[in-house]
Write a protein that binds this ligand. Structure first.
Ligand code: FES
Length: 104
């Protein structure tokens, strides 16, 4: 239970073929911020919707991620991404979300 006055926390669950972990983070922060302090299988490179290495599948809670940025939208269209795919470097988390990451 959060103390009054503290920022609201959200839960981000990250799954891959070999692992699954849930992390608590402050609502409104980016997935990048979470990955700076927690070990996850999500990788980053360009951090500006250019490379696609941070692509994740959203299993649950897609409505709890911020809307696609224009750059992300362009990239996902160009890559013919599936509707459940997002670029983690472009997403801020507004509520609980469950992600799946392909490991290569
Ligand atoms: S890190 Fe390159 S697109 Fe997200």
């Amino acid at each position: 239970m959060l103390k009054q006055g503290m920022s609201e926390a959200v839960k981000v669950t990250v799954k891959s073929k070999s692992a699954e972990a849930s992390h608590s983070m402050r609502k409104g922060l980016g997935i990048q911020a979470l990955c700076l302090r927690a070990k996850t299988p999500i990788e980053f490179d360009c951090r500006k919707a250019d490379c696609g290495i941070c692509i994740v599948h959203v299993i649950n809670g897609a409505e709890n991620l911020t809307e696609q940025t224009p750059a992300e939208k362009d990239f996902l269209i160009a890559m013919r991404a599936d509707p459940d795919e997002r670029l983690a470097c472009q997403c801020r988390v507004l509520g609980d979300v469950e992600l799946f990451v392909d490991e290569f």
